[in-house]
Design a protein around this ligand. Structure first.
Ligand code: G1P
Length: 291
């Protein structure tokens, strides 16, 4: 079973300036929690037990958030604020560890994943890009389904969703003979990073959730710079697909691109109205806006 997940968080978040000038974009709050907590919870719900953050010196607040804060805990304990104490000590369950490694240079997503090579060792692993929040459908979460599929057939799983044709140049795009049904995987014929509009093999875009065999690390070591003059994970997956089956998994849940400002606002609305204690009041506030 897949127990490790890599979360690349070293990116500077230029799409989220000015907030990301001094706050890591992953720490921007969606309702009452940093965006990255939703992604880590998604990984844990899929059975992940070790989270590997590939990070940067400016992102220490991410590690701090998932660490214990003894001073705060002691203060809350002394003041008998047990509800708040519970809230801050239950962010990550005890069986899950969070470790970090630095990406010393911004050489691309493929390079970021490669920075975790020694930590994943010979195990297959998941990759979750924290810009994108994935909200589960009513069923089991999509990542859990990809892990289940991988453990049955050992084929790498790449989560995809359909995007409008004029947006294909913003994503990795897969080449498949037919579009899989939601919740299903299909062997892909190829994958290309950010193709020009009108040249894409399909409109199925890579969402930012992957289940990959350890072998991808050797391929990443040989991957030349690609789109944007960066070492692309997509290009290493294209190499993998030359020698073994790689599958596109079509997601059932819903995505929110929190790397973009409008995607972030949409996430706040959706998670806000469903929040256990704030949801009803938040809905009322939206109604009162009368827009
Ligand atoms: C990365 C991947 C791309 C994927 C996208 C999803 O691109 O390289 O294949 O479709 O994430 O968000 P980025 O958004 O980092 O440019």
């Amino acid at each position: 079973m897949i127990k490790k997940a890599i979360l690349p968080v070293a990116g500077l978040g230029t799409r989220f300036l000015p907030a990301s000038k001094s706050i890591p974009k992953e720490m921007v709050t969606v309702v009452d929690r940093p965006a990255i907590e939703y992604v880590i919870k998604e990984a844990i719900a899929a059975g992940i037990e070790q989270i590997i953050l590939v990070t940067h010196s400016s992102k220490a607040s991410i590690e701090n958030y998932f660490d214990r804060n003894f001073e705060l805990e002691a203060t809350l304990e002394n003041k008998k604020k047990y509800d708040l104490l519970k809230l801050i000590t239950e962010i990550v369950p005890a069986h899950v560890s969070i470790v970090s490694v630095r990406q010393p240079q911004p050489l691309g997503l493929g390079h970021a994943v490669l920075c975790a090579k020694d930590i994943v060792g010979h195990e297959a692993f998941a990759v979750l890009l924290p810009d994108v929040l994935v909200k589960d459908s009513a069923e089991k979460n999509d990542l859990a389904k990809m892990i289940e599929r991988f453990s049955q057939n050992q084929a790498a799983q790449i989560m995809v969703e359909a995007v409008p044709d004029d947006m294909v140049d913003q994503y990795g795009i897969v080449d498949v003979q037919e579009s899989p049904a939601e919740g299903q995987s299909i062997v892909m014929q190829g994958i290309v990073e950010k193709p020009a509009v009108g040249t894409a093999p399909s409109n199925l875009s890579v969402v930012g959730r992957y289940v990959l065999p350890a072998k991808i690390m050797q391929l990443l070591e040989q991957t030349p710079k690609g789109a944007g003059n960066e070492i692309q994970l997509t290009d290493a997956i294209a190499m993998l697909q030359q020698t073994e089956a790689v599958e596109a998994y079509r997601m059932k849940g819903q995505t929110f691109d929190c790397g973009s400002k409008i995607g972030y606002l949409k996430a706040v609305l959706h998670y806000g109205v469903e929040h256990a204690t704030l949801g009803a009041d938040f809905k009322q506030l939206i109604k009162e806006l009368e827009i």
